[in-house]
Design a protein around this ligand. Structure first.
Ligand SMILES: [Zn+2]
Length: 485
């Protein structure tokens, strides 16, 4: 056997990476895609944060994931990450991006990290301050999530392979309802601040006092799909403007319909479990005023998880069908821009602060602190002491003819519709709760109408914030769309 002297000779000749690339890929810069999931399920006992008052988790119904998709056009990489969380503080996202850049070289601008807004996850927003600081020390769980996100992106890179990409969309209007209603005069309850709003969030379903919704819905599921050259699906990144579905078992951690949709879409793929497995992602579109409740008729009671399973299965079915009519492309130019917006925190007027201090002084018993005025007096005082700058991030990712704009807020459907209409890209959509968490983002006309989403402490940013965000997104989109490859 001559192998014993051939092997050392072979080891001496170490071709450079570029030689390998030229040998194995004659097209030089082949488009590649890889995806992976990374488990971010917390220990049992942490506080579930979806409701007004946090309650400790006592069980895990289904695992929480950071779902990661990495695209590579041969020159640049883009990482898209969707986490099964209610929201993520900016500092968590900054740390995750730092870890990713150190490990992979992908710059922070090219990494989009968003939360689904499942209401049955534990707190990744940080302790008590609830986002009124632009920089914050991380909790143990936040550190864990940042590391798991970075691990997920590294694993997605390990799974990179030559790919084709396509854009698709399907309208599914039957699961989205605007939850802000104009009501018959005198029927909107007085707000915790003692004022009468014109709009009621989540009014009683089937109430004769409903007049009309205060805004539109966006029924579109937008998605980009990547598959191997041989045809096996790698990943689908989707966005739908539905707040969440809810209806979990008491004390249970769950990824809500977002996770169930990802699993359902995986089951529909041939070879979906084959290694590396197919990964679906469901980002939240712009759903700050949208939920799954048809307010025009009384609600029927349902067992836990039934409604989310129904919504998830139906969406997966419809996206699965729409994938069949995608036009596949062998490449897509990747690029991205990010900006910290010139946006102020919402101003707390002296009278409002005085109200908050008065309410707090009167409420010494714990039950009072959990009442609406009790909760909002604390929020208003924290908002009054917010850090000087918001550092609210806005980002646009270009993936060939697709432009994804982001918002760090619970953003109204009409904002997402406006971006789709005005963006210069052939296909556009928005992802909310991205790269940080800054409360609700009503448009200026909604501040006039009032209601839950406009209350100080539910909303953190100045009333012009949605207008400034849109200008920033469209500016970056134009730069990216018209940039020379
Ligand atoms: Zn919400």
């Amino acid at each position: 056997m001559k192998i014993n002297w051939i092997l050392p000779l072979l080891l001496l000749w170490i071709p450079s990476a570029s030689v390998f690339a030229a040998d194995s890929k004659p097209g030089a810069l082949r488009f590649q895609a890889g995806a992976a999931t990374s488990n971010i399920t917390p220990e049992i006992g942490g506080d579930i944060v979806g409701g007004f008052v946090p309650l400790p988790s006592t069980d895990i119904h289904d695992e929480l994931q950071a779902r990661c998709l990495v695209l590579d056009d041969g020159k640049a990489k883009v990482a898209l990450v969707v986490c099964d969380l209610l929201g993520m503080h900016r500092s968590l996202c900054v740390e995750a991006k730092r870890l990713i850049q150190d490990a992979t070289g992908i710059p922070a601008s090219h990494v989009l990290i968003s939360a689904t807004h499942t209401h049955s996850a534990v707190n990744a927003l940080g302790e008590r301050v609830r986002g009124y600081r632009s920089d914050q020390p991380l909790t143990d769980y936040q550190v864990f999530v940042a590391r798991r996100i970075s691990d997920g992106v590294r694993r997605a890179i390990s799974n990179l392979r030559e790919a084709e990409i396509g854009f698709g969309s399907v309208d599914v209007p039957e699961h989205v309802f605007n939850r802000r209603w104009l009501m018959r005069e005198g029927t909107v309850p007085v707000s915790p601040f003692g004022k009468v709003d014109r709009v009621k969030m989540n009014p009683p379903a089937g109430s004769p006092d409903l007049v009309e919704t205060a805004g539109p819905t966006d029924p579109e599921v937008s998605f980009l799909a990547v598959r191997e050259l041989g045809g096996r699906m790698i990943s689908v990144f989707s966005a739908y403007s539905l707040h969440y579905v809810g209806g979990v078992g008491q004390g249970q951690v769950s990824a809500d319909y977002f996770g169930m949709y990802c699993e359902a879409l995986k089951r529909l793929q041939t070879g979906g479990e084959q290694y590396p497995p197919f990964v679906a992602l469901m980002a939240n579109g712009t759903s700050g005023d949208i939920n799954n409740i048809n307010f025009q008729r009384p609600r029927k009671g349902q067992p836990p998880y039934e409604q989310m399973r129904y919504v998830a299965g139906d969406l997966a079915q419809k996206v699965g069908t729409a994938i069949a009519s995608i036009e596949w492309r062998a490449e897509a130019i990747l690029d991205a821009r990010v900006q910290e917006l010139p946006i102020q925190w919402r101003r707390v007027e002296p009278e409002l602060l005085a109200w908050a201090e008065q309410v707090e002084a009167k409420m010494q018993d714990p039950a009072g602190k959990n009442s609406l005025p009790g909760v909002y007096s604390g929020r208003v005082q924290r908002l009054a002491q917010a850090s000087p700058e918001t550092k609210a991030p806005a980002q646009v990712i270009r993936i060939g003819e697709i432009g994804i704009g982001t918002s760090p807020c619970e953003t109204f459907a009409e904002t997402g519709l406006e971006f789709k209409k005005r963006s210069p890209f052939k296909h556009s959509f928005m992802v909310e709760l991205a790269n940080g968490y800054y409360g609700y983002l009503p448009t200026p006309r909604h501040f006039e109408l009032g209601g839950y989403e406009t209350w100080p402490g539910t909303n953190y940013l100045e009333p012009q914030a949605s207008v400034k965000l849109m200008e920033a997104l469209l500016g970056m989109a134009r730069e990216l769309a018209f940039a020379k490859p």
